[in-house]
Design a protein around this ligand. Sequence first.
Ligand code: SF4
Length: 155
Amino acid sequence: MSFLKRSPWILHYAATSCNGCDIELLACLTPLYDLERFGIINTGNPKHADILLVTGSVNEESRRVLENLYQQMPEPKAVLAIGACAMSGGIFHPAYNVYGGIDQVIPVDVYVPGCAARPEAIIDGVVQVLAILDERTKTRKRQRRAAVQAQERHP
Ligand code: SF4
C-alpha cells in the first residue's frame, strides 16, 4: 500500500450525539495511539483539509454545517464516518429531528463501526481512507496530464 507523499490534513466535525466517539478520536491524537505517525496534521480550517472525520448523527442544524464544511474542502478529499451515530443515526435515529447517518448529507468513503468506536478501529479507518485519497490524487494527476497532452496535440 502506498501513501501520500505529503502530510494529509484532517478536519473533525461532531455532528451531534453523546461525544463518546469524539473522546476516542481525540485519544487517537495523543501520544498513546499517535495518529500523527502517519504524517497527519489536525486543522480547524476546511480549506486546508484533505480528510473529514465526522462523529455523531445528523439533524437539521448540523446538516447545513456539514454540507458547508464538505463543500469548502478542496479536491481530492475523503470522508470517514466514525461510530454508529455517524453511520446510521445510532441510538438517536428514532428522534424526530435526526436524519440518520451522515451519508444522508455527504458522500462517505469509510465507515468505522462501534459505540463508541474504538481508537484502533478509527486508526484502521484512517489508514483505509489514506489509501483512497492516495488513489484519487493519482487519478487527478493522470487526468490533468491527459488534458495537457490533449491541448498540446490540438492547441
Ligand atoms: S456511536 Fe455511541 S459513543 Fe459514538 S456518539 Fe453515538 S452514542 Fe455516542
